[in-house]
Design a protein around this ligand. Sequence first.
Ligand code: NAD
Length: 465
Amino acid sequence: MSNRASPSGGALESATVTANGLLLKKSRGAGVAIAYRRHSAHLMASQNPVAEAPNIWAVAQSQFDHAADKLDLDEDMRRVLRVPQRELTVNFPVTMDDGSVSVFTGHRVQHNVSRGPGKGGIRYHQDVTLDEVRALAMWMSWKCACVNIPYGGAKGGVVVDPKKLSIREVEGLTRRFTTEISPLIGPDRDIPAPDVNTNAQTMAWMMDTYSMHRGYTVHGVVTGKPISVGGSLGRNEATARGAVFTLLKWAEAKSQPLTDARVAIQGYGNAGSIAATLLAEQGCRIVAVSDSQGGILNDAGLDPAKVSAWKREHGTVVGFPGSSDINNQEILEVDCDILVPAALENQITRNNAPRIRAKVVAEAANGPTTPDADEVLFDRGVFVIPDILCNAGGVTVSYFEWVQDMQSFFWTEERINESLKGIMDRAFEAVRAMSDQHEVDMRTAAYMVAVARVAEATTLRGLYP
Ligand code: NAD
């Protein structure tokens, strides 16, 4: 342990910090402080109103409250971290192809930027709400802190169904939205990335728009760009690769080789299909996969490359030769060692959790397990690698993209994958240590690691003025 002084001098007299950087206590009568206390294995999820609360922002806040309770987080710090730091709502006009003008509403929210610039995707969806963007921004704070990359949490969204617009209209919307949120974003301020219904092309338009305003190219304002305009090698595979690194750590911790492990994957898009390929390379047997149209099962193992080729040709994995059909609920209950939810939220619930047969659930998707299901899985000894750890490989390689853009020096894919492994391994170890130390499940531990890091940064910086 060591004592640290506040970098701003005087705002914080002394803070006791453990070897892993977690703040234990500090000497100041009032203001922000956190302290740890050893807790029993009793989970507090039953007090969590998530199952009854459809509002995703209420869910995010209750998850934060749970971690804050476990950390004995000071009331003042809770008030600071429980709400977003900045929210911008914009209503902006776009000229449509028929010459009419439509007005769209969008949001950009920064939850906390104590650890660095805001980081988080831009979502285009007809159901986007300010509350949803707040929740996603808060989760980004925890995800970046969990893997210890120097970002705060942010998120953005526009209320629109882009499938109803032409490409030209989507481009116009993207350029005007970028302009409207330009007071908040920038390579040193807040760095957007793709999310639902946005992609590398969207990021190229955002980067170009921001650069036109500046009069020179600013690659680092967004990540997830095409390689030819400052994107990074390895970004496309990063989420799945990071998830596989966490599974390798689980295998090491449990002395459970991945070779011949039976794997079921729900969702066969970017995260799911690449996870299938990488796990097959580790010697795993991919026994079942699914997409929005249904699933396929073959006990002898599916060849991911052939399944991907089939999906490209037929638009779905369903009907793949030599497999039998299963539905998207059955896939979760398949006899397997490793279950990878890689599609949607709220898939593993209190209803099906008792029937999950996997030894480990690797959450490539965001929010696939409900809090009450978590409790069931924990009681049954199913190891869950939580989303803010498991799928953080994507934002980690986004971080590498930003570093490369800022230095105008681009790394080899080998260096990217090696650096990703280092970050994912260290994050897994920190969460596992927290889980062991406090006898809590991995999700609670991941939140505790993350919230403690954000609280520590916020404390050490002190309150201005
Ligand atoms: P994607 O759109 O590439 O793939 C999603 C897949 O899920 C598709 O195969 C789709 O058919 C399938 N799907 C949709 N509804 C389904 C259903 N009801 N049952 C089964 N499958 C269904 O998306 P993605 O980028 O692979 O993202 C998947 C999940 O991973 C999301 O939760 C996303 O937030 C999360 N995630 C992705 C990244 C990334 O970098 N791609 C990073 C972090 C988290």
